[in-house]
Structure formats: C-alpha cells, structure tokens
Design a protein around this ligand. Structure first.
Ligand SMILES: N[C@@H](CCC(=O)N[C@@H](CS)C(=O)NCC(=O)O)C(=O)O
Length: 209
C-alpha cells in the first residue's frame, strides 16, 4: 500500500491530481497533515514522515520518497500502463525527464528568486538564468500547437510544470498557446477531484478539532 501525505492547496495538490490521472486512488492511503501557512496558521505535523515536515511525501512500504519530481516519477514508473510518463526505452523518456528536472532544478529556483528579489544577481543568473528564459522555453515548446508538453498526451510533467501558474496566474507567460495549455491542465477532472477532496478532508479535520 502506498501512503501519500498531503495538505490542501499546496505542492501536494498536483500529486493528488496525479493519483487520479493514474487511476490508482484505490491503491493509495491519503494522510492529511498540517503545515505552517503564510498567514501564520498551521504547524509542522509530527505524523509527517518528511524530514522537513513538508508535503508531498510518499511512503511505499518501508521506503520514503520526497520531492515532487521524485514522487511523480516514482508513481508514473510504477504504473506505466496509465501512460502518464514515458518509460526507459521510449524516445519520449528524455524529454519527459528533462521537463521534470527543468521544473525542479530551474523553474522553482527562478520563480522563488524573482519573488525574493534576487533573480537578477549575476551568480544566480549564471546558474539558473531567469524568468525570460523560462518563458521562452515554454513558448517554444507550444509553438507547434501541441496540447501538452510532450505532444498529444498529458504526462506528469504537465502537472508539475504547469503548477506555478495555478498559484500565480499573473506570472504566466503572455502567450496564447501557453495560456491555453495552463487552462487545459487546470480543467482536467483530476484537478477538480483533488480540489474537492482536499476541501472535504480539511472540513472533516476542522470538525474533528
Ligand atoms: N521541493 C519540494 C517543496 C515542498 C514544499 O515546499 N512544500 C510546502 C507546501 S507548498 C510545504 O510543505 N511547506 C511546509 C513548510 O515549509 O514547513 C517539493 O517540490 O516537493
């Protein structure tokens, strides 16, 4: 049995959505945990196995998997028949890994640095480049009219790479094709389910006190 530790409206939401896309909700135990929130509410949860008490965290038997990239890759490799992540040997495996790694290794630092006001520091730019390069990368990816990052089919890379623009729509590239992709991913039934599921569980937690 797999256990996914999550908190509502967080980086775990895309992992919840992935479990819906993979059609594995009956194979997952979902564990609600609290996290400290920007408004001062919430607190680290002693039940969360993540070493930093962050979400998402996935437990498979004795194995703990943290970091959204690792969790998504772990799950799409574990359930390849769902077609949410090209497996080794598939020509799309390289682009798939590239987008997953680009999100975690470049996009998250770049957007966080922008918010922190340090994105233009020459050392930062030398390592990561910046928002204009991220936007150019996405605009180039969708220039041929493809609906998803790898082509005709949604993969976990779409859920990961699109997620910052769910939280900060104003930060999305000003490009119609990219914007259409953001809307397309957000409109997936998996996100509707994740949003309702989170809200229901949050209400149940509040009621239980
Ligand atoms: N790099 C991690 C980041 C996880 C993360 O920062 N999650 C936030 C929620 S959006 C969290 O748990 N924050 C709680 C805290 O900082 O204590 C990932 O992508 O999984």
């Amino acid at each position: 049995m797999l256990t996914l530790y999550y908190a509502p409206r967080s980086r775990a939401t895309r992992a919840l959505a992935l479990t819906h896309e993979l059609d594995i909700r009956d194979k997952i135990r979902y564990e609600f945990v609290s996290i400290p929130r920007i408004d001062g509410s919430g607190a680290p949860d002693g039940h969360n196995p993540h070493p930093d008490r962050k979400v998402p965290a996935l437990v498979d038997g004795e194995t703990l998997i943290t970091e959204s990239l690792a969790i998504m890759l772990y799950l799409t490799d574990m359930f390849p028949e769902a077609g949410l992540g090209p497996v080794a040997g598939d020509p799309q495996r390289g682009p798939y890994l590239t987008w997953l790694a680009y999100y975690a290794g470049v996009m998250e630092p770049v957007y966080n640095a922008q918010v922190a006001g340090v994105g233009d520091h020459p050392v930062f730019r030398a390592s990561f480049r910046g928002v204009p390069e991220v936007e150019a990368r996405l605009i180039a990816a969708f220039a041929d009219g493809r609906p998803y990052l790898l082509g005709e089919r949604l993969t976990a890379a779409d859920l990961l790479v699109q997620s910052p623009y769910m939280w900060f729509p104003d930060g999305a590239p000003k490009d119609d094709k990219v914007k259409a992709w953001i809307t397309r991913v957000a409109a997936r039934p998996s996100y509707a389910w994740a949003t309702v599921f989170e809200a229901e569980q949050e209400a149940a937690q509040a009621k239980a006190g």
